[in-house]
Design a binder for this molecule. Structure first.
Ligand code: AMP
Ligand code: GLY
Length: 425
């Protein structure tokens, strides 16, 4: 088979690494890819959002299956466009991807079907939103309704801060049309976890649990990022809680989507807040998480391809999905200045040394090659150094040992990835 993966981050490198182990696949293409992906796939310089050119490419190359990494093309209807061209593609269609593309759509669905989540209200009028914030008080959470690359969320400690956020999102349109509508949510306390499932629209097959680390600095300090690291499993999700999440959240949500006439096929990813053993939905994503995919796929023992195909064909009930018991840890290495301004083009050293270590995978995110074929930084999050171990402490040690081999000017990373899990074992 010929496969096309759309995207070019650490998540896509992990997907391609896993798919490249399938004996059913002859060739993998990636649009646009990154420097690490070039060793496993043919990278083609087409942007992940350029749906028209991606359809044309898939048609010309006789691609058998296209797999979409990021949310933007899903929300823009890449699946609908491929299906209209009779090309096979993995992911939810535009209507189903609304679950991530509109936070109001998601909250309305959760409320209607009584799936546990915090209180919220949506506004398309600025003054009403501000009035609501003053009525409710702080802390309170202000979000742009649409996609804002994970940036359109402000956890406001004071009502003034919330008002500033409303002005920034709605009046000044800091995130463009994503801020046409705004959603204001009850602040939920607790510990976060990521819960991802495969679904064919009917059957729901859970992946192993994981936990992201959004703030840039140790101890969850500093501004939020795309994710500074992740580990799997997340011990905050006990066996009982796992069943409860499946029965009260994941299965009802997939059923609700079907009942609403937008059958959901693909990966459904719940961002959960857990307090006193009770899970509530913070948000849904319509795709694999980044960086969660890196530690999750390192634990997948089964071939990924038949699972993805079964999600499309509706045969997930008959598909075997086996996981490695051993935990994994992924440490993101980022460019100096990230998540603020940063410079691309720093030469990365130590990649070969780290890549040769046992039980370690260095997944590339923002990397490229310069004229001398040297790997350079080309984005905020640059690498996801991922390791598997017999237990969490060993996986942490292996990942940080590999990190210690890699350097470039300004590189930074969190030193405490996995520490929350240690507290629970
Ligand atoms: P989201 O993109 O909606 O997941 O929000 C990004 C981050 O903001 C989450 O990972 C949480 O850390 C935080 N957050 C979002 N919504 C809430 C909420 N209702 N209560 C507390 N924290 C939240
Ligand atoms: N890890 C956060 C995300 O993929 O949205």
């Amino acid at each position: 088979m010929k496969i096309l993966v759309v995207g070019g981050g650490g998540r896509e490198h992990a997907l391609i690494w896993k798919l490249s182990q399938s004996n059913k696949i002859e060739q993998i293409f990636c649009a646009p890819g990154n420097a690490g992906i070039t060793s496993l796939a043919t990278c083609v310089p087409i942007d992940a959002d350029d749906i028209e050119r991606l359809v044309e490419f898939a048609r010309n190359e006789n691609i058998d299956l296209t797999i979409v990494g990021p949310e933007d093309p899903l929300a823009a209807g890449i699946v609908d466009a491929f299906e209209a061209a009779e090309l096979k593609i993995f992911g939810p269609n535009r209507a189903a991807a609304e679950i991530e593309g509109s936070k109001t759509f998601c909250k309305n669905l959760l409320k209607k079907y009584e799936i546990p989540t915090g209180d919220s209200a949506s506004f398309d009028n600025l003054d009403d939103a501000i009035e609501y914030v003053y009525k409710k008080g702080a802390p309170i959470v202000v979000k742009a309704d649409g996609l804002a690359a994970g940036k359109g969320v402000v956890v406001a400690q004071t009502v003034e801060e919330a008002e500033d956020a409303i002005n920034k999102i709605m009046r000044r349109r800091a995130y463009g049309d994503a801020g046409k509508k705004i959603i204001i949510e009850e602040f939920l306390e607790g510990e976060e976890a990521s819960f991802l499932v495969f679904t064919d629209g009917d059957i729901v097959v859970p992946m192993v649990t994981s936990q992201d680390h959004k703030p840039v600095f140790d101890d969850d300090k500093g501004p939020n990022t795309g994710g500074m690291g992740a580990y799997s499993p997340a011990p905050v999700i006990s066996e009982g809680l796992f069943r409860r999440i499946m029965n009260d959240i994941m299965i009802p949500t997939v059923k609700a989507m079907a009942a609403e006439g937008c059958k959901y096929r693909g990966i459904l990813y719940a961002g959960l807040m857990i307090k006193d053993g009770i899970p509530k939905v913070l948000e849904f994503n319509a795709r694999f998480g980044d960086p969660e995919t890196q530690p999750i796929l390192m634990r997948l023992k089964s071939d990924l391809l038949p699972i993805l195909e079964a999600c499309i064909s509706g045969h997930l009930a008959k598909t075997i999905v086996e996981w490695d018991e051993r935990p994994t840890v992924c440490v993101a290495m980022a460019s100096g200045g990230y998540p603020g301004e940063y410079e691309n083009g720093q030469i990365i050293s130590g990649l070969n040394l780290a890549g040769r270590l046992k039980d370690v995978m260095v997944f590339h995110a923002g990397t490229a090659k310069n004229e001398d074929d040297k790997v350079i930084t080309n984005g905020g999050r640059v690498l996801g150094v991922t390791a598997i171990g017999d237990d969490i402490p060993q996986a942490i040690n292996k990942a940080y040992h590999a990190v210690s081999k890699i350097s470039w000017e300004g590189a930074h990373f969190r030193n405490d990835i996995g520490r929350k899990a240690l507290k629970r074992i």
